[in-house]
Write a protein that binds this ligand. Structure first.
Ligand code: COA
Length: 373
């Protein structure tokens, strides 16, 4: 794979935001001024979603009403369920989510931008239903009821997956993971959403494009690629040897490195702790230790640290979540950040249309067809 060392808009300030800081001196990762550590220790995901959307924490009554509203928006229209049933079983679920979002935009078009908060809430509530309805229909031949009465997004997701409400350890672990993935400033998918919103296009188009950007292994798809890597090795020793060989072949190790963070990803220590806890619960003696071995080699050989996608892979695995559903979980969370950015873009909009440095041929003389070889 060839990589452009100077491009990719690295370090370019492409706009202003009040939503999030990533790796800023003295601030680290913050949502609306709250440190990610405080949010993980104290908040639930719905509180964080509200914070991102409204710019302030909800009061107790507002939070209860918000949970109720989200729970009331989980049912899918018949036409969308039919579409999900028609999508082939071997489709990647990220493509299912992209289609699901777009179809919802046909069935429930945004219309007036004044309704944008309702569209954001509908997508937040419906994304777990979309991916899980498709998954259960094709994996188990079941038409599941997506309108469960779970009081959290995490509980709703795991309930539909396993046909039973989850235990508190798994529910809260996924809840924290959703908090960690919720927002990350001008990453590729968020920027995609903002570029689309800046043309005054509709909400569903902005989010559909963002899902497409998140799908790639250099962005959200890294958690699935990381799991595939970890599962390849039988022991920490085999992992250390295998990863050194991959590095010698100049292969990318998914789940490591970051465009903005230079020393560590603040989300990683939380994920690592949760993965360890679930490994103990599952009696796992391999995957967690293999993960640690890979992390050590990456540090020793390249001074590269694990990002948010590395330990979330084994963590999801220990909860019985199939690997191909890992990146869709990212969507179920990041829809909150994307929505906040669409609101912000629309509130002070300017078409996003940068310039390019031209490197093509000089002006050419037109040759008629008869004169060409
Ligand atoms: N494995 C192996 N080498 C890596 C690496 C990785 N995961 N990430 C970066 N590097 C190396 C590159 O090969 C490059 O080395 P070189 O200068 O000898 O060519 C150097 O580190 C700089 O990497 P570069 O790709 O230019 O950095 P970037 O800022 O453009 O890329 C990422 C950032 C995240 C895209 C990159 O680290 C990556 O591809 N990581 C794996 C995918 C991933 O985990 N994505 C999720 C991000 S949250």
């Amino acid at each position: 794979m060839s990589r452009n060392k100077t491009g990719g808009l690295a370090g370019v300030v492409a706009g202003r935001t009040e939503i999030c800081t990533v790796g800023k001196e003295g601030a680290g990762l913050t949502y609306r001024g709250y440190d990610i550590g405080d949010l993980v220790d104290n908040a639930c995901f719905e509180e964080v979603a509200y914070l991102l959307h409204h710019g302030r924490l909800p009061g107790a009554r507002e939070l209860a009403a918000y949970r109720e509203k989200l729970a009331s928006l989980r049912a899918l229209p018949g036409a969308l369920r039919q579409t999900l049933e028609a999508i082939p079983a071997d489709t990647h679920p990220m493509d299912v989510m992209r289609t699901g979002c777009s179809v919802l935009g046909n069935l429930e078009p945004e219309g007036d931008f004044a309704a944008q908060r309702d569209v954001a809430d509908r997508l937040l509530a419906a994304f777990p239903s979309i991916v899980m309805y498709w998954h259960r229909f094709h994996a188990d031949g079941k038409r599941i009821e997506t309108a469960t009465d779970d009081d959290s997004v995490a509980g709703h997701f795991l309930h539909m997956l396993h046909d039973a409400p989850p235990g508190e350890l798994h529910r809260r672990t996924l809840d924290i993971s959703l908090i960690l993935y919720a927002e990350h400033e001008f990453n590729a998918s968020t920027f995609t959403a903002r570029v689309t919103a800046a043309t005054l296009s509709d909400f569903h188009s902005a989010i559909t494009g963002a899902i497409g950007a998140l799908r790639g292994p250099l962005h959200g798809g890294a958690n699935e690629a990381a799991m595939e890597l970890i599962e390849r090795f039988d022991s920490p020793q085999a992992a250390a040897i295998g990863v050194r060989e991959m590095l010698a072949r100049r292969e990318l190790i998914m789940g490591f490195g970051h465009r903005v963070y230079t020393r560590s990803d603040p989300r990683n220590s939380v994920n690592k702790r949760m993965s360890k806890r679930l490994a103990e619960e599952a009696g796992d003696d391999r995957l967690y230790r293999v993960s640690e071995a890979i992390e050590q080699v990456m540090w020793d050989e390249k001074k590269l640290f694990a990002n948010a996608d590395f330990y979330s892979a084994s963590m999801y695995h220990f909860m019985g979540i199939p690997t191909y559903l890992f990146t869709p979980i990212f969507v179920c969370s990041r829809i909150t950040g994307w929505s906040a950015h669409v609101f912000e873009q629309r509130a002070d909009n300017k078409l996003i249309r940068p310039a390019a440095e031209y490197t093509g041929p000089r002006l050419q003389t037109w040759a008629p067809l008869s004169a060409r070889v």
